[in-house]
Design a protein around this ligand. Structure first.
Ligand code: XMP
Length: 328
């Protein structure tokens, strides 16, 4: 069934409007799903988290969430998904540890597009395997939002949520897309009204291929850990310094080259860690956030002492264009 955003629909800008939307959706979901089961790939991103929270309210244990850990998530993310959805919301959550599987497939692959392709394909394979194990599931929920529909209609990008699943799986399910008519800021309002944690609802954008694109070239486990640990330090310091939610996106990159350093009178030969922090409204043009010298010094010191394999910290001052936000 094709559901369009009505031309006259009021933008959800208040808690009361978000609550009214939730009430309407709960009824619609209950009448669509009845007593059947519904499956959802829950990444922990804003859209799939809001869909999960709505479905838990609407149909409780009839929802089966699958969280695939592909090894490229940020520090603490899989744990937060389990805590929020399984422990606090009592969701029926299948956690799939696919770390070795993904990293083995990616070993030695340095081409950025090939890396993205492997991550996408492997994700579908893992999810399809889980789906095949389940009996009696008739619905597939997705975190499709209104800009996804507009972009796919305009031919800008394939509607990333709709495709990809093998035919034997796709044909088994009817789609459930409860946030399909919402813009991102409205999804966040709804997430807030559903009681999801603020750091989940207002999180910065995170690419589907995750930390994989921040570990340029062939991914190795030790360099990936250096990306994950330095990213965690950066996020912690941004939160402490009131920059969370103010700076649009910030992350670290650990490139695949080494340089000479010295520590305790001994030569070192380690990777640099690059910090990137940017602001934008449309992602087409991006400006660089200028940090205070004090915060810079503190970040450099923490990363150098706490992250193994790093002997140099750099700051990326390049706007977009000419540089893209991500390095791959
Ligand atoms: P670029 O690097 O193209 O990034 O300037 C613009 C925004 O898009 C995000 N990004 C991605 N998101 N899958 C995603 O879901 C991807 O493959 C991908 N590549 C970039 C990036 O983080 C930034 O917010």
């Amino acid at each position: 069934m094709e559901i369009r955003r009505p031309e006259t629909m009021e933008r959800i800008t208040t808690k009361a409007l978000a609550e009214a939307f939730i009430e309407e959706q709960l009824q619609a979901l209950r009448s669509q799903i009845g007593d059947k089961k519904v499956l959802l790939a829950l990444s922990g991103g804003v859209d799939s988290s809001v869909v999960a929270a709505l479905l838990i309210k609407a149909v409780g244990q009839q929802l089966v969430c699958v969280h695939v850990n592909h090894g490229l998530l940020r520090k603490g993310e899989p744990e937060q998904v389990i805590k929020v959805f399984r422990d606090e919301m009592n969701a029926n959550l299948i956690y799939v540890d696919a770390v070795d599987r993904f990293l083995d497939k990616l070993a030695g692959v340095s081409d950025p597009e090939q890396k993205r392709h492997i991550i996408g394909e492997e994700f579908i394979d893992v999810f399809a395997e889980e789906a095949r194990k389940l009996d009696g599931v008739e619905f597939l929920a997705q975190g499709t939002i209104w800009p996804d529909i507009l972009e796919s209609e305009a031919g800008i990008k394939a509607h990333h949520n709709a495709g990809g699943l093998p035919e034997d799986i796709a044909s088994r399910f009817e789609l459930v897309e409860p946030v399909r008519i919402l813009f991102k800021d409205e999804v966040r309002m709804v997430g807030d009204a559903l009681g999801l944690p603020a750091n989940m609802v207002y999180r910065q954008p995170f690419p589907g291929p995750g930390l994989g694109v921040r570990c340029p070239g062939a991914i190795t486990r030790d360099r990936l850990e250096a990306v994950r640990e330095s990213d965690a330090i950066l996020r912690e310091e941004f939160a402490k310094n009131g920059l969370e939610g103010k700076v649009w996106q910030y992350f670290t990159v650990v490139p695949d080259f080494k340089s000479t350093g010295v520590k305790n009178g001994q030569r070192t030969f380690d990777w640099p860690c690059i910090i990137r922090a940017i602001n934008t409204t449309d992602v087409m043009e991006v400006t660089v956030e200028h940090l205070s010298a004090e915060l810079m010094d503190h970040l450099v010191s923490r990363i150098l002492t706490e992250v193994p394999g790093i002997n140099r910290v750099l700051y990326d001052f390049t706007p977009k264009p000419p540089a893209t936000v991500e390095y791959e």
